[in-house]
Ligand binder design. Structure first.
Ligand SMILES: [Zn+2]
Length: 130
């Protein structure tokens, strides 16, 4: 296991290609808000939508996360820290006018992509209405 935001892990790629297949076009490895140290897995610049595909372990998925039986305290603290940081990131992005979507890696990519498409569509309307 390496960093908790390793680039191009498989669940991210699966969601990206499902989204691409639906006709969605997005950017990767860009910071939506330059001052914020966060690079979502997909960024829809026009609609201002940021998508994160969260690993069930690293982000503490309610259905799949189980604290490892060794170094229990370390992991519990680590994962809780990640969760807190995720919420903070979401808050900063939405304060900057962005819509944040978080997809669990266990979610079927095609359903995730449909959810992203619907959200991007709605968000683009809101941006246009401004
Ligand atoms: Zn999960």
């Amino acid at each position: 296991m390496q960093g908790n935001r390793s680039v191009d892990t498989r669940p991210e790629l699966a969601v990206r290609s499902a989204a691409y297949a639906l006709g969605l076009r997005y950017r990767v490895r860009v910071r939506p808000v330059p001052a914020l140290r966060c690079t979502p897995d997909m960024v829809f610049t026009g609609a201002r939508v940021a998508v994160f595909v969260d690993g069930c372990f690293w982000h503490g998925c309610p259905s799949h996360y189980k604290t490892p039986s060794t170094n229990t305290q370390y992991w519990a603290k680590k994962i809780e820290g990640n969760r807190v940081r995720d919420r903070k990131t979401d808050g900063s992005l939405s304060a900057a006018g962005w819509t944040v979507i978080r997809i669990w890696e266990h979610e079927p990519p095609r359903l995730a992509a449909q959810q992203i498409a619907a959200t991007v569509r709605a968000a683009a309307m809101r941006v246009l209405a401004r």
